[in-house]
Design a binder for this molecule. Structure first.
Ligand code: B3K
Ligand code: ZN
Length: 879
């Protein structure tokens, strides 16, 4: 890794953490929202931290930014002389602060020019804010760090007609009509909070209301604010919110604490949503739902995000992070909580398989690349680059392992202890794990390495069976590849849930009490476990439920994998056995497909045949098992990746399977058409998942286009309509139908921004030749807007991350395309640019000329003057 000197100087290190020398007990803000600029007056009640009293002479350094135009400054109502303070690189330095004082600053800011969408900005006609992680410093001078917690009073003044609704955290305390066409409102949040949880919204918004009565009988007003045209699309989010509130009471004993809980939907938002205290701000895509424009996946996503942000009220807000190195303390834990919730609301098996699939496709890849970092990183240049799948999803897996090791009961006692012990505090991952230790008595010192060591551990398993002694032994050996800055890693504590099956798929008793499943705790580099009274050679079902985020290798025969796929009690193991068979088939040269020698493809075919005839199996599971590993998983190699060959092989295998299974597939397709009114419930979702998985295969046969076209025309829901649309767009023989579907879709949905995102996204991901030209055209479409992150993700993101065959066109046009758009985003929205540049950073994995051309694009980016911290951290680490 070569990181330039200047960049290194700005790195923030965990080892440098020091307590704040000052506290802010009370924060009084006044926002005067104007068209030309906004005036922010802040009155901070500041006090020295008695613990750091040794530094009595140290100045007060407030975070700020170049966006702040300082108008006036006073201490205890007396204007400050110019020699008493400095403004340096955006920061405000008070040279000789006293023990306790009130600092008042007035700054002007221009939210209308804020395209980075960090701090206070405008989205269409409204004002809104995003402060995590360090956005508050773009609003006013402050100690913008999570361990400085303060009570906020926020007054908002604005034109009454343009901004009838003005919101902030907590409860409204006073409202005044100011007579000159403006009005003001004051909000008070009684819970001390860090600045990253501050929020402000003002605009012409309508709201849907409901009520929730908490376990202890307190009434809470629930409000979802949207544009008037979207009022009919809030029911799903509202019911998800009520379910989340009830679930958190039942499962974690957590009650909501304010009188109001508000959600606001905004169009321009860098991510999904934000858990600001009492005032969650959401991307419209994470709130608005209607069967006609929302897919099953989005319905489930909305439910999960609403829950996630709501759960943060305790895991994140009431108990927050001491510093940003502890980010996974709130994110990993909250993802774990929302996954439990989604499992309870829907199908636990499907949820687990989806999560593992996501982890393998994204986190394992991240961990194998140049941005690999531990769940508690040691350093960062730009904290926004660390809102990663490692911090979130691997972090959640670690909490899941704690749950496995402690058992549900102890785990719950430990979270009770954690919330009770640290309520109102800013704490560390260590504090969380300590609560787990204190309750269970388990020594978790070795376990803590999961937070410290980056990389995906590999566990290789071998077995030995002795017929004479009826003994079966499993030997586990663990290792973890080196990652940037981390060599020679130590063995981890890995919980491995397992069982043994006989040749009929029945379970063996594994111990004296006859348990069919155990959790083997691997803690050494190499360790064995033996089972007695095993009357025939068993097939081990390993890592049930994906009990640890590892790569597990065991030399199964095809027959053993087929047995697991058909018979194991654990759905994850069944699905994973199919994936392994598919990987084997995908490695087979495509020219032997259909001949007698394609033994791997045939093994997969036999398994699929059985699966399609099986009764009493969840259709969703069959749908998932039929899906071959995505192309991106096949790119997941250290070197030698040939995107063209991978694409061709996968297409050939699908053609082969579709040809052989056609009759069955057609029958399944027709049998699973639902005639019920659409509902996003798991029973129906399962049917649609299977039906569409089957349709995808049928596109490789002569009946596909007709079926997809029928489905496109007749469906009454976006899941089926968009799936059929995707099938037609991607299919080489759909001819006029693809064009007609594209036109009809646009004509039908041009007034629905969220539906049009799907339209953009499907076309940009089209695997047919010349898609880049089509993407260039989409960028000129009147509905495309480079300032809107959803649109950028739908077109540029979709092309560069999901359309591997076109992005990696051998002439390098895809790479140049991305480079040019990163340059634009560097000026407009660096955070989004940094997310999008990642595919280029994998250049080492590819064969020539890809690797050279990708690297060249990165090199040119690195030479750009004014390259943002966000993008340069990713680019420089990758070169
Ligand atoms: N906490 C926010 C993410 C903030 C991202 C800042 N770049 C949403 C969430 O995880 O719930
Ligand atoms: Zn979160």
């Amino acid at each position: 890794m070569v990181v330039e000197k200047d960049a290194l100087l700005e790195m923030v290190h965990l080892k440098d953490y020091r307590e704040s020398k000052f506290f802010i007990d009370k924060t009084e803000l006044c926002f005067d929202l104007g068209d030309a600029f906004t005036v922010v007056t802040s009155k901070l009640h500041i006090r020295r931290n008695p613990k750091t009293a040794a530094c009595m002479t140290s100045p007060l350094v407030l975070d700020g930014s170049l966006d702040l135009d300082l108008v006036s400054i006073s201490i205890n109502a007396i204007p400050l002389s110019e020699t008493a303070y400095m403004v340096e690189e955006g920061r405000l330095v008070i040279l000789k602060p006293s023990e306790q004082f009130v600092l008042q600053t007035v700054v002007n800011i221009k939210p209308q020019d804020n395209t980075a969408l960090i701090g206070l900005y405008r989205s269409r006609e409204m004002f809104c804010s995003q402060c995590e992680a360090e956005g508050f410093r773009h609003i006013t001078y402050y100690l913008d760090r999570p361990d400085v917690m303060s009570k906020f009073f926020t007054k908002i003044i604005a034109d009454k007609k343009k901004y009838p609704v003005m919101l902030s955290n907590g409860n409204p305390t006073s409202y005044v009509e100011l007579g000159d066409g403006t009005h003001s409102i004051t909000w008070h949040d009684p819970f001390p909070k860090p600045s990253y949880l501050f929020a402000l919204v003002a605009g012409k918004l309508s709201c849907v209301e409901d009520r929730f009565v908490t376990l202890s009988g307190r009434g809470v007003l629930l409000q979802i604010y949207v544009e008037e045209k979207d009022l009919g699309k809030c029911d799903h989010a509202m019911s998800s919110l009520k379910k989340s509130m009830e679930w958190d009471e039942t499962n974690y004993g957590r009650e909501y604490d304010l009188d109001i809980f508000m959600i606001v939907a905004v169009d321009d938002f860098n991510m999904g949503a934000m858990e600001n205290k009492g005032l969650n701000i959401f991307n419209t895509s994470a709130v608005l739902a209607d069967p006609k424009i929302t897919t099953d996946a989005s319905f489930q996503n909305i439910e999960a995000i609403v829950a996630h942000e709501y759960f943060h009220n305790w895991s994140g807000n009431r108990v927050t992070c001491r510093d940003w190195f502890q980010l996974s303390l709130k994110e990993g834990f909250t993802v774990f909580r929302d996954a439990q919730f989604s499992a309870d609301m829907n199908s636990p098996a499907v949820k687990r398989i989806q999560d593992v699939s996501f982890l393998r496709a994204h986190q394992f890849t991240e961990d194998a690349g140049t941005m690999s970092h531990s769940v508690q990183p040691d350093s960062y240049l730009e904290i926004n680059n660390f809102y990663t799948v490692t911090i979130y999803e691997k972090g959640a897996e670690i909490v899941g392992m704690l749950h496995t090791l402690l058992g549900a009961e102890h785990f719950r006692s430990a979270t009770d202890l954690y919330f009770g012990r640290h309520d109102g505090q800013a704490v560390t991952i260590n504090d969380f794990v300590r609560a787990m230790e204190d309750v269970s008595g388990i020594d978790l010192e070795q376990f803590m390495l999961w937070y410290k060591q980056a990389g995906t551990p590999v566990v290789s398993v071998t077995s030995e069976y002795s017929e004479n002694s009826q003994r079966f032994m499993l030997t586990f050996q663990q290792s973890c590849p080196d990652s940037p800055g981390q060599l020679n890693k130590k063995p981890l504590l890995v919980p491995i849930r397992l069982g043994l099956l006989n040749s009929n798929g029945e379970p063996f008793g594994l111990n004296a009490v006859g348990d069919h499943e155990i959790i083997f705790q691997l803690s050494d580099k190499k360790q064995s476990v033996a089972f007695k009274n095993i009357s025939s050679k068993p097939t081990p079902a390993l890592l049930r439920g994906f009990s640890a985020p590892i790569k597990l290798n065991y030399q199964y025969s095809n027959e053993e994998l087929a047995l697991l796929a058909a018979k194991d009690t654990d759905e994850f193991v069944r699905w994973d056995a199919c994936q392994q068979l598919a990987f084997r088939a995908l490695r087979e040269p495509s020219n032997i497909l259909g001949t007698d020698t394609c033994s791997q493809a045939k093994a997969l075919l036999t398994t699929y045949e059985k699966l399609l005839s099986e009764e009493n199996i969840d259709p969703a599971l069959v749908g998932l098992m039929l899906q071959l590993p995505g192309e991106s998983r096949l790119h997941d190699k250290k070197n030698g990746v040939d995107p063209d060959a991978i694409h061709r092989r996968r297409e050939s295998l699908r053609t082969f399977l579709a040809g052989k299974l056609r009759v069955k597939l057609e029958a399944v397709y027709h049998a699973h058409k639902s005639h019920q009114t659409y509902k996003p419930v798991s029973s129906q979702i399962g049917l649609r998942t299977l039906k569409n998985a089957v349709l995808e295969y049928l596109m490789y046969t002569e009946v596909g286009v007709e079926l997809a076209w029928q489905q496109f025309k007749e469906s009454d829901n976006m899941t089926d309509q968009s799936f059929a649309f995707r099938c037609l767009v991607d299919c080489s023989r759909s001819g006029n139908y693809a064009r007609m579907a594209t036109e009809q879709f646009e004509c039908q949905w041009k007034h629905e921004a969220l539906a049009m995102n799907i339209w953009f996204q499907i076309q940009s991901a089209c695997v047919q030749k010349n898609t880049l030209a089509r993407v260039e055209k989409l960028l000129k479409h009147p509905l495309f807007n480079i300032r809107n992150p959803n649109k950028v993700r739908s077109v540029i993101g979709s092309f560069c991350s999901s359309n591997l065959i076109n992005f990696h066109e051998a002439n390098g046009a895809g790479y140049d395309f991305l480079e040019n758009h990163i340059k634009m985003l560097n000026e407009i929205n660096p955070q989004i640019g940094a997310r999008l540049v990642v595919p280029l950073t994998r250049w080492r994995q590819y064969i020539a000329p890809h690797s050279r051309l990708m690297r060249r694009a990165l090199q040119r980016l690195s030479e750009l003057p004014n390259l943002s911290k966000d993008i340069s951290e990713i680019v420089l680490k990758s070169l």
